[in-house]
Write a protein that binds this ligand. Sequence first.
Ligand SMILES: [Ca+2]
Ligand SMILES: [Ca+2]
Length: 109
Amino acid sequence: MAITDILSAKDIESALSSCQADGSFNCKSFFSMIGLSSKTPDQIKKIFGILDQDNNGFIEEEELQLFLKNFSSSARALTPAEIKDFIAAGDRDGDGKIGVDDKNSLVKF
Ligand SMILES: [Ca+2]
Ligand SMILES: [Ca+2]
């Protein structure tokens, strides 16, 4: 399954172009630009499954570093500060990683 089976290639392109510079990535605006909020819970779970590359039910720091590459292989890696902000927004149970069931996460999966 490719991420473009679920998300529009055009939305992905504009989301990626909005965060080309180091430090400009914001997970909330990125998810909003790719139209995540209009997806069904089932589609969102599938996207989570793509981002969770080792399939252990969590998106960890190493996977977040390569987050943008799931959308385009030529996209950049996230910086340590961006990864930290991403985890701060998405990790609500405090285990340092983003789980599919992190309740009240700002990052909705
Ligand atoms: Ca994982
Ligand atoms: Ca968590």
